[in-house]
Design a protein around this ligand. Structure first.
Ligand code: NCD
Length: 314
């Protein structure tokens, strides 16, 4: 099935072959960026951001501009008719006639799925509450594939806020589909991976996972260390956040026991969880990861729009 005209709401909406198609095109973009500079000429991306964002919104905008298209939308719902009480269904219906493809970020889980039901154009979920963040997952998978050469047989440690971190939820659910995945889940007991996700991991026979509160205990045996921010905005009470916010701080000293070929990832923004002294370590790939977010979004937009991406090298 072609990706043309499809929505991306949950990364598991796509088969592993379809995901490969996206990473393959992203690899081609990385090798030859100029060749793709006008494949979306005349196309418009609508950005509907009901929740703060730096990287996701700007990387989508940058991706569309680098493909030769244009962008319109809002980054603060208070400046749109949402402030007057307009429903998501009506907003997307109208936007469908103004743009060719849309990306939506919303604090409520399921909002982009609802928008997709009323939309005449492809809708991409740019993050919905603590639920999913599929384009961050595409970014993460492209990063792992480029550094490790494959998405199979990796031991990945997720560290920090596994309860509310939507990037973790999305990435785990896709990595569990690749052969030989093993997870080390590192979090304070209050911020463990939600029960339904742990249950779905136990259902999958080829996945092993282990939970711990101790980063040092597992750092020496993992291929990928995925650090996350404690999600302040999803806490009900400030005192809990203050108590848990500095649970894990990765520094150069802790990295001494890690493998030479480890990669340290982070969806960013970071707060305190990775010391600045780690940035120069070769294993720290989070800024490169953020850059890959542009190329993977370029590939995604081109494939969902169904434009011709078989361009000659420039
Ligand atoms: C993440 C998010 O919004 O969920 N950021 C991002 O999109 N790169 C991670 C976070 O906010 O901690």
């Amino acid at each position: 099935m072609s990706l043309k005209g499809r929505h991306l709401i949950d990364p598991n909406d796509f088969s592993l072959e379809e995901l490969d198609e996206i990473y393959d095109l992203a690899d081609r973009v990385i090798e030859n960026k100029d060749a793709f500079s006008d494949i979306c000429k005349g196309k418009i991306l609508g950005t509907l951001f009901y929740e703060p964002s730096t990287r996701t919104r700007l990387s989508f905008e940058s991706a569309m501009l680098r493909l030769g298209g244009t962008v319109l939308g809002f980054s603060d719902a208070n400046t749109s008719s949402v402030a007057k009480g307009e429903s998501i269904a009506d907003t997307i219906r109208v936007l469908s006639t103004y743009a060719d493809i849309a990306v939506m970020r919303h604090p409520k889980e399921g909002a982009p799925r609802l928008a997709a039901e009323y939309s005449l154009i492809p809708v991409i979920n740019g993050g919905d509450g603590g639920h999913q963040h599929p384009t961050q997952t595409l970014t993460d998978l492209l990063t792992i594939r480029r550094y490790k050469g494959t998405l199979e047989n990796h031991t990945i440690a997720f560290c920090g806020d596994l309860m509310f971190g939507r990037t973790v939820h999305s990435l785990i659910s896709v990595m569990a589909r690749y052969k030989g995945s093993c997870f080390e889940l590192i979090s304070p007991s209050e911020l463990r991976l939600p029960e339904h996700l742990r249950f779905s991991l136990t259902e999958k026979h080829d996945v092993c996972f282990h939970e711990t509160e101790n980063l040092e205990e597992v750092i020496g045996r993992v291929d990928v260390l995925y650090m996350t921010r404690i999600q302040k905005e999803r806490f009900f009470n400030e005192a809990d956040y203050m108590r848990l916010k500095d649970s894990y701080i990765l520094d150069r000293n802790k990295l001494k026991n890690a493998r030479e070929d480890l990669i340290v990832m982070h969806p960013l923004p970071r707060v305190n969880e990775i010391g600045y002294d780690v940035d120069d370590d070769e294993r720290a790939v989070y800024f490169r990861q953020a850059e890959y977010g542009i190329y993977v979004r370029m590939a995604l937009i081109a494939l969902l729009l169904g434009v011709n991406a078989n361009v000659e090298s420039k």
